[in-house]
Design a protein around this ligand. Structure first.
Ligand SMILES: Nc1ncnc2c1ncn2[C@@H]1O[C@H](COP(=O)(O)OP(=O)(O)OP(=O)(O)O)[C@@H](O)[C@H]1O
Ligand SMILES: [Mg+2]
Length: 364
């Protein structure tokens, strides 16, 4: 069942020519964690704020649990939101910050204590309940903000970049914490981030937005393995996927991608356009799928190039290679020998490539 539904949502800010969100349809299943991801300014926060009731859509309908909430006040929507800034009340203790939303709803005191204590326990905040927010670290403050959302037991959780104020280590810890809480509560959630790692690790379903338009909706694995277009392919993965300009050519029934200094066989590739005049395509290959050694008895294709730069990441090394095919990034183990200036062969497994239309950039 769909718990959160956006139908034909449009958002046009006054005095701005183009709508931020032209026409958005989105359906999030009950208990799912949907992560809205995309570059800065693509409309993630705007979308979330419309669901929260902090922003009015220009057109369209928002439903929570089947109920039309489009014109309801935030407090009437049964949602709880966690922001990037923690927005805690500085003059209240941690306990009172977490209890505040429940007091407004006039819950019995015993119920309030029980819920706040349970959330504090699960978030490791029990020892801090009497402190004021200013006596807490950033990570602890964000825990309080999350706790304040949890105790309300809403139908839908909304998160807008809740971890981006934290340092890298703490961000990882809190990410796992949020994943654990979601596993336990199975509350339908919409999580906004521009961080692809957060999206990959937290999401049941990822929604990729670009200029307010959905590019792809899918599981993290689907998005990584079968990106719908070049934009999605380039957005996920570090370093980014390599893109090589090529022509689609035919040898009888067989097709191949021919680019600068390479020809990659594509078999009979029935899904490609009919053979004929050459066609512009883009070959995509992930840095970890390029190899410095040829696999035995494999149909690997060589790209000759020279190493421009070597970045050591610890267990792995990233080589930046200049080749006739274009710039290549290769991710390999740190034992790999090549140094800047070395002439090397980079091997492509034809089964590991992605093909995109040179004009529409859609996956072929
Ligand atoms: N009140 C407003 N009036 C006019 N334009 C706005 C307003 N609020 C946001 N915008 C514009 O709408 C677009 C989307 O903004 P939004 O905050 O949704 O982006 P975002 O995807 O959350 O980006 P970020 O990752 O930087 O937070 C931006 O171009 C922004 O400038
Ligand atoms: Mg935002």
């Amino acid at each position: 069942m769909s718990e959160l539904e956006l139908q034909g949502i449009r958002k046009l800010y006054e005095g701005v020519a183009r709508p931020v969100i032209p026409d958005l349809d989105l359906s999030i299943g009950s208990g799912q964690m949907a992560v809205l991801v995309g570059p800065s300014g693509c409309g993630k926060s705007t979308t979330l704020r419309m669901v929260a009731g902090l922003e009015e859509p220009t057109a369209g309908t928002i439903k929570i649990g089947g109920r039309d909430v489009t014109h309801l006040q935030p407090a009437e929507r049964d949602i709880a939101m966690v922001f990037q800034g923690y927005a805690l009340y500085p003059h209240m203790s941690v306990f009172e910050n977490m209890a505040f939303g429940l007091r407004i709803k006039h819950l019995p005191e015993a119920e309030i204590r029980a819920r706040v204590n349970a959330a504090a326990d699960s978030l490791g905040l029990t020892a801090y309940l009497e402190r004021r927010p200013k006596a807490l670290s950033g990570g602890q403050r964000q825990r309080v903000a999350i706790g304040r959302a949890i105790v309300r037991e809403p139908k839908v959780f909304l998160f807008d970049e809740p971890l981006s104020n934290l340092d890298a280590k703490l961000r990882g810890d809190m990410r796992r914490e949020i994943a654990r809480i979601h596993q336990a509560s199975k509350t339908t959630s919409m999580y906004v981030t521009h961080d692809q790692i957060e999206a990959m690790t937290l999401a049941d379903v990822i929604v990729v937005l670009r200029d307010g338009v959905v590019q792809q909706i899918g599981s993290p694995v689907e998005i990584y393995e079968n990106p719908a277009n070049r934009f999605v392919a380039g957005f996920f993965g570090t370093p980014s996927m390599n893109f090589l300009a090529a022509d689609l050519i035919a040898h009888g029934d067989r097709r191949a991608a021919r680019g600068g200094g390479f020809e990659i066989p594509l078999g009979d590739a029935p899904t490609l356009r009919p053979a004929g005049e050459s066609d512009k395509i883009v070959v995509g290959i992930r840095p970890e799928r390029l190899s410095l050694t040829r696999r035995e008895a494999a149909a690997d294709v060589a790209l000759a190039g020279s190493v421009a730069m070597r970045e050591v990441l610890g267990a792995e090394v990233v080589l930046h290679v200049e080749s006739a095919a274009g710039a290549l990034t290769v991710r390999t183990d740190a034992g790999a020998a090549p140094r800047p200036g070395d002439q090397i062969q980079v091997w492509v497994d034809p089964a590991a490539i992605h093909l995109f239309d040179g004009e529409t950039e859609l996956r072929l």
